[in-house]
Design a protein around this ligand. Sequence first.
Ligand code: GAR
Length: 202
Amino acid sequence: MFTIGILASGKGTNLQAIIDYIKEENLPIRVGVVISDNEDAFALERARKEGIKAICIPCEKYKTILGKEVEKKYVSILKENKVDLVCLAGFMRVLKTTFIKSFPNRIINIHPSLLPAFPGLEAWKQALEYGVKFTGCTVHFVNEGIDAGPIILQAVVPVLPDDTPETLHKRIQEKEHIIYPLAIKLISEGRVSIVGRKVYIK
Ligand code: GAR
C-alpha cells in the first residue's frame, strides 16, 4: 500500500477530491495522516469523518514558515506514519530545507496558477488583476523556492470577462480536483521521474 500524508490549512476540497478518487478507483493508496497548522481547518473534520488520523500542530500565527521545533514535529509524525509521499493541499506555510531534505523528491504541491506565472498567495486574484486570458493550476514537486519545483501536471482554465476572484478560483479548483489525485496516482505507480527541471511520465 502506498501511503500519503496530507498537509492542509483550510477547506480541504483537494483533500476530499483525493480521498474520493482513491475510493472510486479502488487504488492501493491510503491517506496515513492529515496534519494542519490551523485547528479550525475544515480539512481536519473531513479527515476525521473518513476515519483518517487528523492532527493539528499549531504554529506561530502570522508567520509563513514553520519554526524549527514545529518542523521537527511535522517530520516525525510523517515518518512515524511511514508516509511515501507528502502532499500539500492548501497548506499555507513555506517548507524549509530540513523538511524538504527529509523527503527528497517526495513532496508535492497544488498551486492555483499556471506556474511559473503568479507564484505566492491568491494566485487567481493575481491572474485576474494582470488581465491574462488563461490561467489554471499546477501540480509540482516542492523545492526550496516558492512554488518553483519541477512541474508534474498542469490544467488550463480560461479567464472570462465577467469573472470575479471567487468564480475564477472555483473553476480553477474544479481542475485541481482532477489533476491532483491523478498526479498522486501516477507517482504511486512509479511512473514519474525527474531529470533536472523536467518531469517525465511513463
Ligand atoms: C487551492 O486552490 C490551492 O491551489 C491553494 O489553496 C487552495 C486550497 O483549497 N494553494 C495555494 O494557494 C498554495 N500556494 P482547499 O483547502 O479547498 O483544498
